[in-house]
Design a protein around this ligand. Structure first.
Ligand SMILES: NC(=O)c1ccc[n+]([C@@H]2O[C@H](COP(=O)([O-])OP(=O)(O)OC[C@H]3O[C@@H](n4cnc5c(N)ncnc54)[C@H](OP(=O)(O)O)[C@@H]3O)[C@@H](O)[C@H]2O)c1
Length: 377
């Protein structure tokens, strides 16, 4: 592209959003920011707006900055044809509506918000295809696979790596007594609170399996998970002839964020230091323990059932994570609660987008009620 790429960021005040702005700061001659959007962190959003001078801003709370137009909704960003690409980096279900709107308007998406595909992957990917829109993954595993794949029809299986999180070699008992601080102490990645807790229970890997199924159209039986504590191999694919291609790099989200917003070009950007095999010295791999981390099995099950099952999984898990962060339940109960809600869900096959939002709302209510019941005992 011989002019600057015009980008908006939904969730600019979060972990992915702030790192995206660090990438863009290094590549000011490549990007022009159209809009920045955040939730409640008005102070940070103001600082970002003053520094990066977008045309528009949006926040969940009231915000006003001289010379910048305040928007009323995320939809206004998503339907603005001034955008070449929108980075969807908000957490939770908030990402789904603006992503769909942007797709309807033919705007490419750099997608960090995995919940969008977990809730409505079939609808989102179908619409993207119909509208000729690219969905470029930001998640480091999917970004790795995106970089490895030349021809998906030749691929035998996807191999998604997992760091294993802070409880990799701890017992279930230790997970039950873990404090919020311990669960948030991820050994490799510094991320938002919700995804960090998901990484501790390994539900994050479960959500990523569903995300990979939708992004690359692979059957669940052809998506494997391997634990790789160093987080250097970000994921791999195995071709039909037995060749395995992996993408490696230091564990930094700057690289996949930059790849997603620059695709198909590559720029020097932030790359912190050169990659050295001899400094890394060793790479370990082990089988995931699905008995200790049953969330992954539950996610496979939800994915294979399809329909509204994954939206149910997502909503129940998210509410249980919030309850854990509020100190209401222990870490292991996130799985137990999610499973109980999931087992009682009457799946709708081929749901409409309205049905998905209805399921989401109903499941959140049911999960909150179940948590209330458990904590009152
Ligand atoms: N962090 C990572 O390394 C990583 C890696 C892979 C994938 N992801 C995925 O990327 C997404 C974001 O993760 P994160 O770690 O960056 O989360 P995070 O740090 O919690 O940031 C979430 C962002 O969403 C914004 N937000 C919340 N409600 C909003 C609303 N109603 N309207 C507009 N913005 C709203 C927040 O704004 P305020 O802070 O202003 O309230 C914040 O900017 C998640 O889906 C996660 O699974 C993250």
């Amino acid at each position: 592209m011989d002019r600057k790429r015009r980008i908006s960021i939904i969730g600019s005040t979060g972990s992915i959003g702030t790192q995206a702005l660090e990438v863009i700061e290094k590549l000011q001659d490549k990007f022009e920011i159209i809009a920045l959007a955040g939730g409640n962190n008005i102070e940070l959003l103001k600082q970002q707006a003053e520094k990066f001078k977008p045309k528009y801003i949006y926040a969940q709370k009231h915000i006003k900055i001289d010379g910048i137009r305040t928007l009323e909704s995320l939809d206004e960003i998503a339907q603005n044809q001034e955008n070449d690409i929108i980075l969807v980096a908000c957490s939770g279900k908030i990402g789904l509506r603006p992503t769909l709107k942007a797709i309807e308007n033919g705007i490419d998406i750099a997608l960090a918000n995995k919940e969008t595909l977990v809730m409505a992957g079939d609808i989102v990917m179908k619409k993207a295809k119909e509208n000729g829109v690219k969905i470029i993954p930001v998640d480091s595993e999917h970004c790795a696979i995106h970089q490895c794949i030349k021809d998906i029809s030749q691929v035998e299986k996807l191999i998604i790596t997992a760091s294993g999180g802070p409880f990799l070699h701890k017992s279930i008992e230790e997970m039950k007594t873990a404090t919020v601080k311990e669960a948030l102490a991820h050994p490799r990645w510094n991320m938002g609170r919700k995804i960090t807790v998901d990484s501790a229970t390994l539900m994050n890997k479960g959500l990523e399996i569903i995300e990979a199924h939708h992004l690359f159209g692979m059957d669940y039986d052809d998506i494997d998970v391997v634990v790789h504590p160093q987080s250097i191999v970000h994921s791999a694919i195995e071709y039909k002839d037995g060749s395995v291609i992996a993408q490696l790099g230091l564990p930094s989200m700057h690289i996949p964020i930059q790849y997603a917003i620059s695709y198909p070009e590559r720029f020097e950007g932030i790359k912190s230091k050169s990659f050295s095999f001899s400094e890394i010295a060793r790479l370990d791999f082990e089988k995931p323990d699905f008995e200790k981390f049953p969330t992954v099995k539950l996610a496979y099950k939800a994915g294979k059932i399809g329909g509204s099952a994954t939206a149910c999984l997502n909503a129940a898990n998210e509410e249980a994570v919030f309850a854990f962060l509020d100190g209401k339940i222990n870490l292991y109960q996130i799985y137990e609660i999610t499973k109980e809600i999931f087992d009682n869900h009457k799946v709708i096959q081929n749901p409409t987008i309205d049905e998905i939002f209805e399921v989401d709302e109903k499941i959140r209510l049911q999960t909150k009620e179940l948590i209330e019941k458990i904590t009152q005992k």
